[in-house]
Design a binder for this molecule. Structure first.
Ligand SMILES: [Zn+2]
Length: 532
């Protein structure tokens, strides 16, 4: 949308240039790795002669080099048990294989299993395949790795020989604990672009293919049922706001029955680009460059359209019968909540996050008890997706300044360069997946969330702000600044002058700012000795 022909050409020629450079780099790297490998092999031979068992449980990763492919072995996976990280001795990470820096379309041996995003029939759509197991690596039709942000721990487990790359998951009894869909949205390449609509059924839908072609297909969604206990909801029962019904609110302790859906991100790149109004090439290039060149296939494999990014996913908490979420004839109360570890888990009072989350859960439960449906969706987008380090820097800047509501967003922007990186454009995918076509009571004041949902054709009938009495005193700065910036309220929108008068708690426990820190030697010593 926001592109033109000449811009596209420039990007394309830039990509071609990068590609050529990478081919040269690949050749140089291969040569380096080969010389390194031969040295490692000698070491290994020596150590086994001495009786040391340094054989790693990791299989050789097969070479995708056109010259090597014909010769690559297809021996069955090792059945050696997992090794505990018992000794600090350096283990070998792999034996003879070359590092596969990247692959190219049409490269000999590259044979992706067809994946047709937006097909309603899962057999025609095809599975998302990203595994690097021996039988699968040539058949990959997606870039990245399973597990979202945890893919890095997976790599660490492989590197440290705690995980056999050829491990085959045993999915016995892991099927979804509740049925969902299929909905028409599952067959739309435009409505769902940030998750796999068949992700909860993948190993069962594609069982034949897995057996027949020995490919590794994994779920990206899991569905379970649980009970949950939150102190505030026990208080709600005591205060008479919430009444136990034995089904949703189980007892006087406010114990809740819930169905939970965990979802890992799976991005269909053309669809993601379209949501942001950019072209696919620009998106691919930015994802490649600003992750330190982590995923070269974003550049070299234009034929592969799906990317599993290393970011956090989301969890759906559904109260009442999950089938009612998509029922247009009953009321739906819904909160979309973005992670705030400090408040959600640890009760920090600088923001309204936990109180709003609790309010959302309570209202969701009440709606379900009234015969409707209640849903809370929790996104791992800590600190407006800027992360906790940036968030705490902003807190310090606010607390050491005057912490005025009028300067709230400016402080974030000064440090991070943006006010917010949550970009709600991809958020409504989960609503489409759940079959939600309208929201009766939206338990959120965020205009960004509201607009993203409405833009996706999902009607929001009523917006419910957090009740005044649930707002902690020190979080007035945050909530008043947000309301001034356009957050929904049924109350008063403060003027800029009035915002200047809204101030957070001055915290005497704060050490002086950086200048003072250097001037005050005792404080610096405390920091250095790490006693604080
Ligand atoms: Zn918060």
């Amino acid at each position: 949308m926001a592109t033109n022909g000449s811009g596209n050409e420039a990007v394309l020629s830039e990509i071609l240039l990068t590609l050529k450079r990478m081919q040269l780099d690949h050749a140089a790297l291969s040569a380096n790795v080969e010389s390194l490998s031969s040295r490692v092999e000698t070491q290994s031979a020596l150590s086994s002669l001495r009786g040391g068992n340094h054989r790693s449980s990791i299989r050789d990763s097969p070479s995708l080099d056109p010259m090597e492919l014909g010769k690559s072995s297809s021996s069955p996976p090792s059945d050696s048990p997992l090794k505990a990280p018992s000794s600090p001795t350096v283990r070998r990470q792999s034996t003879t294989s070359r590092i596969i820096l990247t692959t190219y379309p049409g490269q000999s041996g590259i044979d992706p299993i067809p994946l047709s995003w937006g097909e309603a029939d899962p057999a025609k759509r095809g599975p998302v395949i990203v595994s690097r197991q021996q039988g699968t690596i040539r058949r990959r039709n997606a870039i990245g790795a399973h597990g979202g942000s945890y893919s890095i721990y997976n790599a660490l487990a492989v590197a440290s020989a705690n995980l056999d790359l050829e491990h085959k998951p045993d999915f016995t009894n892991t099927e979804p604990a509740a049925n969902i869909g299929p909905f028409p949205s599952w067959g739309s390449a435009k409505k769902i672009v940030a998750m796999d609509p068949f992700g909860h059924l993948a190993p069962w839908l594609y069982k034949d293919l897995m057996t027949r072609e020995n490919v590794d297909v994994r779920p990206t969604i899991a569905v379970t049922k649980a009970h949950m206990k939150i102190p505030e909801l026990e208080e709600s029962v005591r205060a008479g706001r919430l009444k136990p019904d034995g089904k949703i609110c189980l007892n006087e302790q406010g114990e809740l029955a819930v169905t939970k859906f965990a979802v890992e991100p799976v991005w269909y790149l053309p669809g993601v680009a379209e949501r942001f109004g950019i072209d696919e090439a620009s998106l691919r290039r930015a994802l490649f460059e600003y992750t330190g060149g982590s995923y070269p296939e974003l550049i070299t494999r234009n034929d592969v359209k799906v990317f599993l990014p290393p970011i956090g996913g989301l969890t759906v908490y559904c109260f009442g019968d999950p089938a009612k979420m998509s029922d247009p004839n009953v009321k739906l109360a819904l909160r979309v909540h973005d992670e705030c570890n400090g408040s959600d888990v640890f009760g920090s009072d600088i923001c309204t996050c936990r109180p709003y989350l609790i309010f959302g859960i309570e209202e969701a439960v009440k709606e379900a008890q009234n015969g409707g449906s209640g849903v809370v969706i929790y996104f791992r987008k800590e600190g407006r997706a800027l992360g906790e380090v940036t968030k705490y820097l902003v807190y310090n800047a606010r607390k050491r300044g005057q912490d005025k509501a009028s300067e709230y967003f400016q402080r974030t922007e000064n440090i991070a360069g943006v006010k917010d990186m949550r970009f709600q454009a991809l958020m409504p995918d989960i609503l489409h997946w759940l079959g939600i076509t309208k929201i009766d009571r939206m338990l959120s004041m965020s205009n960004m969330k509201h607009d993203a949902i409405v833009e996706q054709g999902i009607e929001i009938k009523e917006r419910i702000p957090i009740p005044e009495e649930m707002i902690p005193e020190d979080s007035r700065v945050e909530i008043d600044a947000k309301i001034h910036a356009g957050y929904f309220t049924t109350g008063k929108v403060l003027s800029m002058d009035e915002l200047g008068a809204v101030q957070g708690r001055a915290c005497k426990c704060f050490p002086p700012s950086a200048h003072g820190l250097h001037a005050k030697v005792p404080d610096a010593n405390v920091l250095v000795r790490g006693r604080h």
